[in-house]
Write a protein that binds this ligand. Structure first.
Ligand code: G3I
Length: 368
């Protein structure tokens, strides 16, 4: 549990949109503001309504245009040099919500499986693999032309009991290698990146106690990355963690471990910073991204959400990524507040009704 969750009760007043019926027209006191090619929103003001998105088919009726293949966040982000995709997490539950899936198609360029590729989902019993949820996610991404940030191969959490209770270093080594060979091998060539190791640090930058570090010390990192490289030679291999939100001791520990691990041959291709933030907590983000980029590797913001975020918080993060050339992608940890693991804190870019919030508009402005 993160310390930032102390802020879960922050107020949520972030959306100023005026509610209208589906495909309806704005009142005279409001203007129809284009948010993206798929969505416009009535906002207070006296400007003349735009007609760039909604077309009139007869007196008093309006018709929504078909959604284009990709626009909005991903198009705006990738219009900047070196920026690869703006993604969101998903899985079958959220892909089955029509409004959610429509937004993923129109606004996002990548998806991360929120839970379906974790160890408890994919190998709940030893050598018994279960790929239903992961296949759904990867097939959806392939069909819709989205990149996949695969998540995650070695993590102390959502780890089945049969792994946690292993007591021998050699058994654990072969178990890690077998898990990665099967899981990363299944999706070889279909994913852009893998989070190979997730959340392996304490806040002081030392290694977290887990079955992996307790039996194998730091060597489990090389074991995992070597297995992932063998299973999917073309995937970018990432190490990922949370609370890398300022140039703190954990960031320093991450940078040092990455340099040690890569000192022989390059095993780690990228560093992921999850960025589960809270309102007003974005001041150190630029320094963190710069410090992580000192590894010489790709950097990605992998699970962005901001409890009680103001529009300004979101634009600060996006501008910080734009300013660091190695920051190649931003992934938000969900589309709508309705489906977030922190839903009571209004942390995402779309509200409970799948309407873009002020934070969304601020991100688009930051990307303009
Ligand atoms: O699938 C079971 C279901 O069978 C059962 O009936 C139900 C009862 O609670 O639980 C379901 O599992 C839940 C799972 O999500 C799938 O919905 C777990 O309880 C729940 O703990 C789990 O939460 C996920 C959490 O990781 C687990 O640690 C969140 O959805 C997911 O957003 C979150 O994601 C993590 C990243 O992977 C790593 N970084 C932090 C981030 C937020 O915690």
């Amino acid at each position: 549990m993160f310390s930032l969750l102390h802020l879960v009760s922050l107020s949520l007043a972030v959306s100023h949109a005026i509610a209208v019926a589906d495909w309806g027209q704005c009142d005279s006191g409001a203007a129809c503001i284009k948010v993206n090619d798929y969505y416009s929103q009535c906002q207070p003001g006296t400007a003349a309504p735009t007609t760039s998105v909604v077309t009139t088919s007869g007196p008093g009726t309006t018709v929504a245009p078909p959604a284009p293949a990709a626009s909005g966040l991903n198009a705006a982000f990738t219009s900047h040099s070196g920026k690869l995709f703006f993604g969101a997490c998903a899985d079958s539950g959220t892909l089955n919500i029509a409004k959610n899936a429509a937004i993923l198609k129109s606004d996002f360029g990548g998806v991360t499986p929120e839970n379906s590729m974790k160890w408890d989902a994919t190998e709940p019993s030893q050598n018994q693999f279960s790929y239903g949820g992961a296949d759904t996610l990867v097939n959806w991404a392939t069909t819709n032309g989205k990149k996949v940030r695969a998540h995650t191969l070695v993590w102390h959490s959502q780890l089945p009991g049969w792994v946690s209770s292993i007591g021998s270093a050699s058994t654990l080594t072969s178990v890690i290698q077998n898990h990665i060979k099967n899981l990363a091998g299944r999706y070889a060539g279909k994913v852009y990146a893998w989070d190979v190791c997730n959340e392996i640090f304490n806040e002081d930058g030392s290694l977290r106690s887990s079955v992996f570090s307790n039996l194998l010390g730091e060597s489990f990192v090389k074991i995992a990355f070597e297995a992932a490289r063998a299973a999917d030679p073309n995937a970018k291999l990432y190490i990922n963690d949370y609370n890398l939100d300022s140039n703190n001791a954990k960031v320093q520990g991450m940078v040092a471990l990455v340099k040690r691990t890569n000192s022989g041959s390059k095993l780690i291709d990228g560093v992921g910073t999850q960025m589960h933030l809270s309102a007003g907590g974005t001041g150190g983000v630029s320094a963190a991204l710069t410090a992580l980029a000192s590894t010489g590797l790709e950097v990605a913001i992998t699970e962005l959400d901001i409890a009680g975020a103001s529009a300004n918080d979101y634009s600060n993060v996006v501008k910080a990524c734009l300013a660091v050339s190695q920051c190649v992608s931003i992934t938000v940890w969900g589309v709508s507040d309705a489906n977030s693991w922190r839903s009571s804190t209004s942390p995402l870019l779309y509200d409970n009704n799948y309407n873009p919030k002020a934070a969304y508009t601020a991100v688009m402005q930051a990307l303009a």
